[in-house]
Design a protein around this ligand. Structure first.
Ligand code: FE2
Length: 438
């Protein structure tokens, strides 16, 4: 990989410009009659041409070969554990509260493609609505092997190990406590920097993730635009028999080419991969009483077309101070029209002191009740309240307006906790008709 500079540029949604060779980027125009270095100019459109200007995303690439040279005839291939919506198996009951232990490493050599295991799907990939959530187990780097998905962007949440994404637009390295977004259509190769790697992926079929509006919170706090980093240009001028795999309408296809497609020498635009350090997320919360809705912890939101009703919200529950007076502090009991999938990155989650472990997941589907287990309820109801730091905790929630359907892998795998529903079994009836706090 060649580049004159390495590193990242800050500011999600900014118009960036970067060149790995001096003078490779045209100035003042996008399509000169001839580009410097004999490069080809090409536009990558991440939104419709006519999307509103504040949402319009595109990037101009100046590359060694145009992308038409990076695919040839496709043949279909099977990646049996990477599933897409709609996938509704009549033998699987998705109606329920579910929780999973971490998916264990197998000892098998697995790449970013073969190591993807879909847990749930929602909506419909063909109509670009909804999402899928996956767990990845990766032990091997892709070599002369590249991938792009036309089906959606991937939000990557590592839980173990370090990954490198060598993309058309530069290099992104991520580790646990960071996330990355790999845009729809972007070609890349995933490498293992430190394995084995395990983590979560949210595949967003719909409108792109963006920062939520902060409303009266104002111009700061929560996730800040400058903390999202996009890579500087880096390119490969390598001739070798290579494979490009494409995910398109839920199916996988393979094409053979004779060179690396990561050949963008310079680019400018705002449609690009980003990484974000979750430790820079500044939580805002209740400072006198009550427990606000978890939407206050939204990091990113992907709109659905209905205002305020997301295709996906990505929320982060991290270290924070609890100070609310006379308040039941853990998440309250709840039924939700939205469907909530959670993953634990590290530590202990306050509503579930046991059973929801790092690498594990839980699902509380559309209108399925959930809330603290008996231990959390009794502890929080009887605690002497004072300022308390919740430490060693980082979990996230993927919340979608669409019901989530379990895949056969999720429904039958050994890591499904058969007894999760019993975590509420020991909650007592305290009501006896007489007034007073029980
Ligand atoms: Fe909830």
């Amino acid at each position: 990989t060649k580049g004159t500079v390495e590193g990242y540029m800050p500011g999600f949604g900014n118009d960036f410009e970067t060149e790995a060779l001096p003078g490779a980027l045209p100035q003042g125009m996008n399509s000169p009659q001839k580009c410097n270095y004999g490069l080809y100019g090409e536009q990558l459109s991440g939104t419709a041409f006519t999307a509103p200007s504040h949402q319009n995303e595109r990037t101009w690439c100046y590359r060694i070969r145009p992308s038409v040279k990076h695919t040839h005839r496709f043949k279909k291939i099977d990646l049996p554990l990477w599933k897409s919506a709609p996938l509704i198996d009549p033998d699987i009951i998705s109606l329920g509260q579910y929780r999973w232990d971490p998916v264990e490493h197998t000892g098998q050599a697995l790449t970013w493609l073969t190591g993807m295991r879909t847990m749930v799907t929602a909506g419909d990939v063909n109509t670009q609505t909804g999402m899928a959530s996956h767990v990845y187990l990766v032990t091997e780097s892709m070599k002369d092997d590249y991938f792009f998905s036309a089906d959606g962007e991937l939000l990557v949440v590592p839980q173990e190990g370090r990954l490198r994404f060598c993309t058309e637009l530069g290099i992104i390295d991520i580790a646990p406590q960071e996330i990355a977004i790999l845009p729809r259509g972007l070609v890349y190769r995933a490498e293992v920097l430190e394995g084995p790697c395990r983590g979560f992926v949210c595949e967003n079929y719909g409108q792109k993730f963006q920062l939520p509006g902060r409303g009266p919170i104002g111009a700061n706090c929560m996730a800040n635009r400058r903390d999202f980093k996009t890579p500087v240009a880096a390119f490969e001028d390598r001739e070798a028999p290579s494979t490009v795999t494409a995910k398109w309408c839920g199916q996988f296809h393979e094409t053979k080419i004779g060179h690396s497609p990561l050949d963008v020498v310079a680019w400018h635009g705002n449609y690009c991969p980003v990484k974000y350090d979750l430790k820079t997320y500044c939580p805002v919360g209740a400072i006198l009483f009550d427990h606000p809705d978890p939407s206050i912890f939204t990091v990113l939101t992907a709109p659905s077309g209905i205002e305020g009703t997301a295709n996906i919200d990505f929320a982060l529950f991290r270290e924070r101070w609890m100070v609310a007076e006379n308040t039941f502090r853990p998440p309250w009991y709840h039924k939700n029209v939205m469907s909530e999938l959670m993953g634990n990155i590290y530590g202990i989650y306050d509503a579930k002191p046991k059973g929801f472990v790092p690498g594990g997941m839980s699902l509380h589907n559309c209108m399925l009740p959930h809330g603290p287990d008996q231990q959390a309820f009794e502890g929080a109801s009887n605690a002497k309240l004072g300022p308390e730091k919740l430490d060693n905790t980082m979990s996230f929630m993927i919340e979608t307006r669409f019901p989530q359907h379990l895949t056969p892998f999720a429904a039958t795998a050994g890591h499904l906790q058969e007894d999760y529903i019993d975590c509420w079994g020991s909650l007592e009836k305290k009501f006896d008709g007489t007034p007073g706090v029980k």
